[in-house]
Design a protein around this ligand. Sequence first.
Ligand code: AMP
Ligand code: ZN
Length: 472
Amino acid sequence: MPQLTLFNTLSRNKEAFVPLTPGQVKMYTCGPTVYNYAHIGNLRSYIFPDLLKKLLLQLGYSVQHIINFTDVGHLTSDEDLGDDKVEKAAARLGKSAWEISRFYAEAFQQDLQALNIAFPTRFTYATEYIPQQIALLEQLEAKGLSYTLPDGVYYDTASFADYGQLARLDIEGLNEGARVSAEGKQHKTDFALWKFSPADQQRQMEWESPWGKGFPGWHLECTAMIFAELGQTIDIHTGGTDHIPVHHTNEIAQAEGATGQKFVNYWLHGEFLVLDQERRMGKSEGNFITLQTLLDQGFSARAYRYLALTAHYRHFLTFSEEALKSAQTAYFKLKRLIQKLDASAHQGAEAAEAAYEQMLAALCDDLNAPKALGQIWELVQNKDIGGQPKISVLQRIDQVLSLALFDSADLPENNAAEIPPVVQDLARQRWEAKQARDFARADQLREALAEAGYAVKDAKAGYELVALDSSM
Ligand code: AMP
Ligand code: ZN
């Protein structure tokens, strides 16, 4: 078995992975704030933990994995001000906060399924762990790490010596001359653990607590759910890079402040999906694309997974329709090659096994999926290796990559219903022009079809549409 190494944000180094308990891994992934659909950027941040989990399983570990739903307490501003995102969406849509969060949690699960992302051992809703969050806050209070203001209970970051280590925060610089945003906050980096319900407003989600009626801070939720489900020290915690300076920094301050023990051994952060160098895709930016939009445009969800795997998870992934088209073309081509493999050809078994070891080694090197994909192409095209050993290797590596390499259902030729109606219409018009012996028009229409990515083949009793990327 190759040694798994992971880039740990804590040390900014690749480190050999050693679990707390031999053979077992405890892993937590920050889940979505369920006030809207996830966009394809968010979804990228669930593909790499899925890859990691499946690799760990392939290496023989058992994995306990939690993904949460942030259904309360995520405010519109990182400064502990503004509205609760879920309550705000509920007011806008005229639904209850509970309906909204359950609706988007369900939609998120459907996205995961479409992308072949395995469900975690458990999805946890923050609202189902309120007693645990209150208990954690009581521990922090007992250690002198919190103070109360008129609008909530805050964490006193100056009293936690290691505050900001994960993000390498320049605490002095941050606090120097900084305008502290929430009324009375002692340091800029202090953050809300519990917010009081506004006196003049009835919240839908609120709970009694020793400090007053209110709701938990977003950071408190994750730490409390981790303690409840996985324990006070876990192996791996994942999320997007935006979580390093605030959310994960605060999770550590709460956990380690309360227990005095190391909270997470390996912090893994996925880089953002962007539209170009300046534009991040963000739920609040109004520039976001959902998976459903891609499906409506006729793309296969797995082609998006393929695209995500062509970039290393720690690098930006620049998304464009063109990039996704090329990824889909490559993905379909790969599957067609695999479909044509001759399972009765057995030569080259040793070379195939060596290729498998190399693929695993690439993945074990901080999840180098782009390299593994390159090795898959090389294997499939290797003329010295027969179909049977290739199939055996591809089946095993696909348990990790989950590209459904042997499932051809999403290939256009197997799914006439997938061909866009405009294309079907053009094809019908061309056929009619040809029947009417208007060959010039038929040729024009053939060209229009080619531009739309389809070739038309005439048969005795009609015609057949073939996606151009399949004509290899
Ligand atoms: P949220 O629902 O905003 O809490 O985000 C859910 C996950 O998506 C978090 O792990 C974020 O770090 C991550 N995320 C947000 N925007 C992007 C993006 N454009 N690309 C990749 N990950 C993102
Ligand atoms: Zn979290």
